[in-house]
Design a protein around this ligand. Structure first.
Ligand code: GDP
Length: 298
């Protein structure tokens, strides 16, 4: 199924219930609002986020004056669209760079979400913006991840990769890598880190140590778009534990139901900055809340 397909059709049934109505009233939005609520929950949007969203939309729907020539269903579509954009952060959130070289981007996230892939994609993305980059391979629990990053970084993207094997502590790798980046005078250094299958204290401890060493401008949590309801708890925990500056949503090309895209900003206050929509190195782009809302509304 196409991503958001189910959400889109769930919302359509809400608009359809208003066909033939003259205005939006407290009474005639009850059924459509129930459809919207169900559609969002089925899309794995976190419950508190759904509640707030429904409240905001309902308040506006009954408070909105009748606009000549605009049917009530169209009016509700407009309100939902605006609220969806707002929910996802409104504007595009650009990456932040430090005034002094190098800017440091720390990537965190669970295992398998696409962190290593994103590291290399991000280097290519920044290279295209005219920035010189260096990668640091910090996934010490997966030797294959280190090899993969070296191959992707050096051979495919064409940026240097600092690797120190799996026997060195991540914070030490970070320290050495940062020193190397200074020597090379690169604009941006990106560090890949080790994930786990689930959140655990050892992972958080390592990330805190690495963060202390790197003093990064960006700490980006890589989130798999397929993560359902758990996305809210995941983002909250990482934000509370290590402090994130934003998220990168991966695997948007899959048939995820979309909940993560809609929950991240609201639960953490931190925006999705970039999205990955494929396995190719070029498949990384800024996150546009308005375009995403457009896709959801079909
Ligand atoms: P890590 O454990 O977080 O470092 O995850 P990896 O970078 O090794 O990625 C895990 C798998 O997901 C690999 O098979 C990647 O090719 C795949 N992957 C990563 N990003 C995307 C994406 O945006 N779309 C798709 N379809 N696959 C992706």
């Amino acid at each position: 199924a196409e991503m958001f397909g189910q959400l889109t059709s769930g919302l359509e049934s809400a608009w359809n219930k208003l066909k033939g109505e003259e205005v939006l009233t407290k009474e005639n939005i009850v059924e459509p609002m129930r459809d919207i609520r169900r559609a969002l929950l089925e899309a794995d949007v976190s419950l508190p986020v759904v509640r707030r969203f429904i409240q905001d939309v309902s308040d506006q729907a009954v408070g909105t004056a009748l606009i000549r020539g605009v049917r009530p269903d169209q009016q509700l579509v407009k309100i939902v669209s605006d609220e969806l954009v707002k929910l996802m952060g409104g504007e595009v959130s650009e990456l932040v760079f430090s005034k002094t070289k190098p800017s440091v981007i720390l990537l965190a996230g669970l295992q398998g979400v696409g962190k290593t892939t994103v590291s290399a994609k991000l280097a290519l993305y920044l290279k295209k913006l005219g920035k010189s980059c260096m990668l640091i391979a910090g996934d010490v629990y997966r030797p294959a991840a280190i090899d993969q990053l070296v191959i992707l970084g050096e051979r495919v993207v064409g940026v240097p990769v600092y690797a120190a094997g799996t026997d060195v502590k991540p914070a030490e790798i970070a320290r050495q890598g940062l020193a190397e980046a200074r020597k090379k005078n690169v604009d941006v250094v990106i560090m890949d880190t080790a994930g786990r299958l689930q959140i655990d204290t050892a992972m958080m401890g390592e990330l805190k140590d690495v963060k202390k060493v790197l003093n990064p401008t960006e700490v980006l949590l890589v989130v798999d778009a397929m993560t359902g309801q758990e996305a809210a708890a995941l983002v909250t925990t990482f934000n509370v534990e290590i402090g994130i500056t934003g998220a990168i949503l991966t695997k948007l090309d899959g048939d995820s139901r979309g909940g993560a895209a809609l929950s991240v900003k609201e639960v953490s206050g931190k925006p999705i900055k970039l999205v990955g929509r494929g396995e190719r190195m070029e498949d990384l782009e800024p996150f546009y809340p308005d375009r995403m809302a457009g896709r959801i509304l079909g």
